[in-house]
Design a protein around this ligand. Structure first.
Ligand code: SF4
Ligand code: SF4
Length: 93
């Protein structure tokens, strides 16, 4: 399942997507330690499989919390995406 966390406002769409099917087989949960603000948490889903989520308190401000990782020019690889070797994480902006 693709889970989307974020929001839309007048300036655009700001969503982090997580392909939870990939989390089920993930051996390291690297997203948790890779994010400098600690947005990710691992919790059991409805089927009791451990998957990554974006913590509730970040869901309405992902644009602002991710800003330091996303300079306007020379954007480096995002730490969350780099750490997620199964390729489960996407950003809409
Ligand atoms: S590193 Fe990627 S695949 Fe592993 S738990 Fe985190 S989001 Fe899921
Ligand atoms: S872009 Fe940076 S702050 Fe945003 S989720 Fe990824 S690692 Fe965390």
């Amino acid at each position: 399942m693709i889970a989307n966390y974020g929001y839309m406002d007048g300036s655009g769409e700001y969503y982090i997507s997580i392909d939870t099917d990939k989390c089920i087989d993930c051996s390291h949960h690297g997203c948790v330690d890779a994010c400098p603000v600690g947005m990710f948490i691992i919790e059991p889903d409805d089927y009791d499989d451990d998957v990554a989520l974006i913590k509730q308190e970040f869901r309405k401000k992902v644009k602002y919390e991710c800003a330091p990782c996303k300079p306007v020019s020379n954007r480096p690889p995002l730490p969350c995406i780099k750490a997620c070797t199964p390729g489960a994480i996407g950003h809409s902006w």
